[in-house]
Design a protein around this ligand. Sequence first.
Ligand code: NAP
Length: 194
Amino acid sequence: MTRVLILGANGGLARHTTRMFLKNTDATLTLYLRRASRLQNPDPKRARIVDGDVLDAAALVAVMKDQDVVYANLAGDMKSQADAIINAMQAAGLGRLIFISSMGIYGEVPGERYRSVLDPYRDSAVAIEASNLDYTILRPGWFTQERGRGSRITQKGEPFQGHDVSLDGLSDLIVKLCTTPGLHIRQSLGVSNG
Ligand SMILES: NC(=O)c1ccc[n+]([C@@H]2O[C@H](COP(=O)([O-])OP(=O)(O)OC[C@H]3O[C@@H](n4cnc5c(N)ncnc54)[C@H](OP(=O)(O)O)[C@@H]3O)[C@@H](O)[C@H]2O)c1
């Protein structure tokens, strides 16, 4: 039974993935978010909700106690968030991190130039790749609502394939990464529709 800490648990992708964890695995979840009263506990037997900001170092180390995997589903000041996560994981003795980024951070999407809008995603990936964590960075395409669609991955250094990814396909990959030890360790993966 894997214990998963979800950071930014009120995000759209995080809520979709939470439902998939509860439906398809026996993982227990800690849902960490700001203004936690916004989120209803989807399964009080397997999930607990913790109010907190990722930039609150003490709260982040505390919530990492007795976890196996950290799944970061954040936005905004991603570089500061990544630094805070790396420091807290090292302090808590945790190794496994799944970090949601975006397609385009390496200029890998043919015909697309995203420039500064992706700087926080780029800078956070650089910090994570320089850490000693067992990370997997995910670089998804645009989210769509198509049901039951799988995903395909491209490695760092390869051109990104396609443009979109269904939330179903992306959440399925996140769940597999969190619950399968050793899968895609220290890799940065482009994720698009299969
Ligand atoms: N939508 C797309 O097509 C697409 C494509 C590629 C990549 N992405 C990226 O994938 C990521 C996840 O997507 P999403 O749709 O789940 O994003 P989202 O709905 O914007 O969720 C991001 C979450 O991060 C939380 N957050 C930000 N700063 C925080 C902090 N300091 N402490 C705690 N929580 C914090 C936000 O919480 P608050 O509600 O408290 O602000 C929000 O709930 C985003 O970075 C997004 O840009 C999206």
